[in-house]
Ligand binder design. Structure first.
Ligand SMILES: [Zn+2]
Length: 617
């Protein structure tokens, strides 16, 4: 980006995360201040959350050609006239061809020459695209099927539409294949009524209050500059819980601020400008605490798949300071943020009770395999539904299920229909996951297949015998045995077979015409109908302070915090690590690890209930 700006080529750089966009801007500005001070003011960051006035001003400068560089999030993808730009840098494949061409289409208007770069991150899809550019250039663009194929989203849209204007009977088809069922359910619950060939809103509720764009309430957290008293940013309350903790460094227009106070009651965060040479990376742990309601279950391979409502806990016990540029992890610090509990939709997979025992007999740690499966599945979900790899959290076991249960749960309060779709297609998803695990290039796990980056925090845990590293090999043995019913010792043979398609990953089977097929749809049967009814029922429950901090007895077994002196020497990074993201990583599971040894010997009952919540992911 800096090279392009030096050559006076107007450049836009798209990142997926707001922090990434801010950091790229910061680095670009600092570099230009050194080498070409006259250009430093001609670069800006752009993301949601800035005030309307700030954004309008940036848009004006862009349009009028005053700016040479903008580091943006998707907020700038659509609907804003950015004028004549000549170069586009996309940091990480945005997930769909639609979004990719929206972003790259921002440059080269009116027949001008342009250049676009895709910088691949370390996820499976990104690495695959680097080897198979035809994934981008050889396929038709996805049909825009996002919302209409999600019956739960349609349910909300129909309510809102009818509240605006009566929906004529022959217009209902434009709400997608599930509109008939959705209207049935809405009529049954007296939300709409059919009068003279049109559906009328029939309830005293304001449906737009219950229907949320991203699954959250309207509540947002305001970020205020403690010195000026001015509100400088806003973001949804739930996300703010992950970003703000005492000591957290927050970015605004590339500058660093430190958090002063988080007032949960007033949804207000005060920050103060502070020039520091690091940013902060929270080590968040999230886990399912317990299952509230099982909405459906069915056998899957030798195990059982379930769909239901769970109660999840999010905690941020520790954060790390990371130095700019070198990315050295300087030190770790405790936070005193109380864990937060929230309702989530989840799908989960329970292995038969003897499977982990047999895997342990092979001198493998079954939990390391389950963690690998959890991560792998979460990374490939965007192939099956329009979602982001970060839309799900995952963990092993909970209070009221067998410990050998793998949970994936939505990051959104009460879910937005993703879990239902994943549950429906779980067999296929797991097949693809197995294929991917079998063909990944690594030896026993990497960010492409089974785990996030390993930081010094984890290394130390592992050395203390308290951390578990996800294992690709164990994941293969567990998953293959579960899907095929083979003994783990037979599945083990897969590891000896030569990896014919090494590096090919799972995508060849899927890539060519995945998006040309009819999109997968939930069947319009009683189950979907009941799930819709349940969704309405939950939406009409009085608004609980669901994301309040709670006093929770939660033991995560964190090691004592380290100071910079006690941190191990930094090891040289691999390329994959350098490319990797920095999201707070796998919290470790000493409890489960200890339990595992005991269980392998003692477990006779499938329904062993752990009494401590386990934390992972
Ligand atoms: Zn791998």
């Amino acid at each position: 980006m800096i090279n392009l700006i030096h050559q006076r080529i107007p450049t836009i750089c798209f990142s997926k995360a707001r922090n990434t966009a801010e950091m790229i801007y910061r680095y670009a500005r600092e570099s230009l201040e050194k080498d070409a001070p006259g250009l430093a003011d001609r670069v800006v960051p752009y993301r949601g959350g800035y005030s309307a006035a700030e954004r309008r001003e940036m848009e004006r400068r862009l349009r009028e050609g005053e700016l040479l560089g903008v580091s943006a999030t998707r907020a700038l993808e659509l609907g804003i006239d950015v004028g004549a730009l000549d170069a586009c840098i996309v940091v990480g494949y945005p997930g769909t061809l639609n979004a990719f061409f929206q972003q790259t289409g921002r440059v080269g208007r009116a027949g001008r020459d342009s250049v676009c770069f895709l910088v691949a991150t370390d996820t499976a899809i990104n690495q695959y695209i680097m080897q198979h550019p035809e994934f981008i250039f050889g396929r038709p663009i996805e049909r825009a099927v996002v919302d209409q194929d999600n019956p739960f989203v349609v349910l909300g849209h129909l309510q809102c539409a009818a509240a605006e204007l009566p929906v004529k009977e022959n217009d209902t088809n434009s709400f997608g294949y599930a509109s008939g069922l959705a209207l049935d359910v809405l009529e049954e619950t007296e939300k709409v009524r059919l009068i003279d060939g049109a559906w009328y809103h029939a309830s005293s509720d304001q449906p737009s209050r219950d229907v949320r764009l991203r699954g959250y309430g309207d509540e947002s957290t305001i970020i205020m500059d403690a010195d000026s008293g001015k509100a400088i940013d806003r973001l949804d309350k739930f996300r703010a819980l992950r970003i703000f903790y005492p000591g957290a460094v927050y970015f605004h227009l590339g500058d660093t601020y430190e958090m002063v106070e988080h007032d949960f009651d007033r949804n207000l965060v005060r920050v103060r400008r502070s020039d520091v040479a690091y940013y902060t990376d929270p080590v968040t742990g999230t886990a399912v605490d317990h299952v509230d309601a099982v909405l459906d279950k069915r056998p899957l391979g030798t195990g059982q798949a379930c769909l239901g409502e769970v109660f999840a806990v999010l905690s941020t016990p520790i954060y790390e300071r990371v130095r700019f540029y070198t990315l050295d992890r300087i030190s770790q610090h405790d936070t005193d943020v109380p864990p937060v509990a929230y309702e989530a939709m989840s799908f989960w997979l329970e292995t038969p009770p003897d499977l982990p025992i047999k895997v342990a007999e092979l001198d493998m740690d079954p939990e390391s395999g389950m963690l690998g499966i959890l991560y792998c599945v979460s990374r490939i979900l965007p192939l099956f539904l329009t979602s982001d790899a970060n839309d799900f959290d995952w963990s092993v076991g909970c209070r009221n299920t067998p410990w050998h249960t793998m949970f994936w749960y939505e990051f959104y309060l009460r879910g937005i229909g993703h879990s239902e779709q994943c549950y429906e297609r779980l067999d296929e998803i797991l097949q693809v996951a197995l294929e991917h695990l079998l063909t990944c290039d690594c030896e026993d796990g990497c960010p492409n297949c089974t785990s996030r980056l390993i930081t010094p925090y984890h290394v130390r845990n592992i050395e203390l015998g308290e951390g578990i590293v996800a294992s690709r090999k164990t994941a293969i043995v567990v998953l293959n045995s579960l899907l095929t019913g083979k003994e783990p010792s037979e599945s083990f043979a897969l590891l000896q077979a030569p990896r014919k398609n090494r590096g090919q990953s799972f995508l060849p089977a899927l890539q060519a015409d995945r998006h040309q097929e009819e999109p997968h749809r939930l069947p319009l049967n009683d189950r979907t109908r009941n799930l819709m009814l349940r969704k309405l029922e939950r939406a009409s429950l009085p608004q609980q302070p669901v994301d309040h901090p709670i006093d929770f007895e939660l033991k995560v077994g964190d090691p004592p915090r380290q100071t910079s002196e006690s941190l191990p020497e930094k090891k040289p990074e691999t390329d994959a690590q350098k490319a990797g993201g920095q999201r707070g990583s796998d919290l470790l599971t000493p409890d489960l690890r200890r339990k595992l040894g005991a269980l392998a010997k003692e477990q006779a009952e499938p329904d062993t209930k752990g009494d401590a919540p386990s934390i992972s992911s």
